[in-house]
Design a protein around this ligand. Sequence first.
Ligand code: ADP
Ligand code: ZN
Ligand code: MG
Length: 488
Amino acid sequence: MPEPAFETVIGLEVHAQLKTRSKAFCACPVTFGAPPNTAVCPVCLGYPGSLPVANREMVTLAMRVALAAGCTIQPRSVFERKNYFYPDLPKGYQISQYELPLATGGGVEVETDAGVRRTVRLNRIHLEEDAGKSMHEFPWEDVPTDSSLVDLNRTGTPLIEIVTEPDLASPGEAFDYLLRVRRLVRWVDASDGNMEEGSLRCDANISLRPCGTAALGTKVEIKNLNSIAHVKKALEHEIARQAAALSSGGTVIQETRLFDPATGATKTMRTKEEAMDYRYFPDPDLGTLAVDAAWVAEVKASIPEMPEARAARFASQYALPVSDAELLCSARPLADWFEAAVRAHASNPKAIANWLLSDLLGRMSDADRQAGRVPVPPESLAALVALIDGGTISGKIAKEILPDMIATGKAPSDLVKEKGLVQISDEGALNEAVSKVIADNPAQAAAYRGGKAATFGWFVGQVMKATGGKAAPQLVNRLLKEELEKGA
Ligand code: ADP
Ligand code: ZN
Ligand code: MG
């Protein structure tokens, strides 16, 4: 395959809705799915004379994300008005930050397509408020179908915008970055991070340049990306489109494009020539946002052990493969579940990890994994592993019990008793079964004694069958060996 002529440069702007109870600059509740225009007040409706007051919790949550990403918190940042007209923006401007954002610098570690860890630099994280929602489809029969309605419940909801430097080199890296940013905002409890519900939104900027050159090419911004998979698809499409234009001697026009999930293609939304002049200026109603060192220190102290560090600790403290440790840390509730189980049965973390990753994760949806909704409580899995480790049941019986634990919510020890599944480790009882199997199968016994060692496994299976799988495996092995050798 010939070397590609162009290399890809991508920068992402991610909006994350912050999990505050009230809006960014008024006391209205932040709701999702409430009846339209019921969570509004003069401030978020932009009535003249109403005054915004910045929500302290919003700033705290933004700082949690920023500090976790290694950003510098600016002691002074400024809220500005970003002016434009739109029906879902009653004030005629959005309160945002521009010249002086809350946080600058920092980075997010990603994995390249070749599996190498690399840091994507952040340009800044700033605060802003959301706009309302225009509705073009609705369930009300008395409203003409060609109408558009506006729901202003979302107006004034606090957001952070996380802006990268143009550091990403492929759609795959962009995909990985978004997974990690989603994990980051969830990990520090700052945002729900659901792209489908709109609490995480992404605009993707992309340009191509001849391989080996340093100057950035002309970029295109892609909007309307409402899943991480769409971001990847849109970027792939855009690479092909821009490469075709450039290879045939044409140019890329700087513009905003929309992604159409139905076709997998992007199309022009507006070119830079038509782009609005937002005429940013400091909001005279809000003044400077001052964050003192004590506040920063307090937020810093509240940040939990982050996923990269926690995965490294899991790998060393619990002697787990790095890939398993990372899977356990794909969501904080999942990592918490694992450690709760380990606390309940501390002597075998490896077995607990194996059960969680091989037997439980497969039964869970992605949403369940993210939320740590494991179908059994951690103490129950710990109890199951303890029963195996203590020799009460075999691993095979444990696998049979697990579905019942999930279905009934009963403790494994109760299920073992109820079903009479306690492992037979009584030598007398087992010896009887072993002798009988050997007596019933003289041909196989002769074969084994004649040197056909593989027959041994078959005998183990027969004894297991005869005891309903309840025989203690090590004991079966020893007794069988003794009995078979006796007759040799
Ligand atoms: P704008 O002024 O159009 O908003 P910014 O300089 O603020 O552009 O950058 C917005 C985003 O686009 C950032 O994530 C940045 O890294 C990215 N970006 C800027 N220039 C390019 C480029 N030439 N190619 C790809 N991404 C770019
Ligand atoms: Zn309000
Ligand atoms: Mg910009």
